[in-house]
Structure formats: structure tokens, C-alpha cells
Design a protein around this ligand. Structure first.
Ligand SMILES: [Zn+2]
Length: 114
């Protein structure tokens, strides 16, 4: 990986992290506790609870991805940045631009799924 590509990826990771943080903040607004005896009625209340669990799951996913990106960012100057953790081949930069948090090349990922 060239220095230019490394910088580009770091930029992408940082932007993605900002996006995720914003998304988490937005989702949090939807996940305020549902009042037990609010005036919205029983069915709406069940809807609200269902929606809340969807938003909660979405927040959890975003937080997980954020943590992964944070970890990747920490290794931005390491030789292992952008290198498959299994076969130690370079992961194509084009792939990393889409999913910077991936740690396996396509071949190893395919293998791991089997
Ligand atoms: Zn590999």
C-alpha cells in the first residue's frame, strides 16, 4: 500500500466514524424510554416498544462498527494495516475503501465462511 492510499483510507475511516457517531445520536432520540401509562394507547405502545428494539439493535450495530473502525485507525501506521491477518497478503485497497474494517482478504474470508 502506498502512503497516498494509506492517507486516503484513514480519511475514509474518519469520515465513516463521524457518520456513525451522528447516526447513533439520531437513533438515540428514537429510543427514549416508553412511558408505561402514556396516552398513546396499548397498540401504539407496543409499536413504540417494537420500534425501540429495532433502533436499539441498530445503535448496537453502529457502535460495534465504530469500535472496529477505531481499532483499525489505531494501526494506521503499522505494517499490518490493510494486510490480511491470515495469509498476510495485501487486501486490495478498493475493497478497503468500501469496508475499511475488514481484516481478511477475499480468499481467506471465503475460506472462513465454509
Ligand atoms: Zn488472506
Amino acid at each position: 500500500m502506498t502512503d497516498k492510499e494509506r492517507k486516503e483510507l484513514v480519511d475514509i475511516i474518519k469520515k465513516e466514524m463521524v457518520k456513525l457517531q451522528r447516526k447513533i445520536e439520531e437513533l438515540k432520540e428514537f429510543t427514549q424510554p416508553v412511558e408505561p401509562d402514556s396516552a398513546i394507547g396499548r397498540i401504539s405502545r407496543m409499536d413504540a416498544i417494537n420500534n425501540k428494539s429495532i433502533y436499539d439493535a441498530s445503535i448496537q450495530n453502529s457502535r460495534n462498527r465504530l469500535a472496529q473502525l477505531e481499532n483499525i485507525l489505531k494501526m494506521k501506521n503499522d505494517d499490518s494495516f490493510g494486510v490480511c491477518i491470515k495469509c498476510h497478503n495485501d487486501i486490495p485497497t478498493e475493497r478497503l475503501k468500501i469496508r475499511p474494517e475488514i481484516r481478511l482478504c477475499a480468499g481467506c474470508l471465503e475460506h472462513a465462511r465454509r
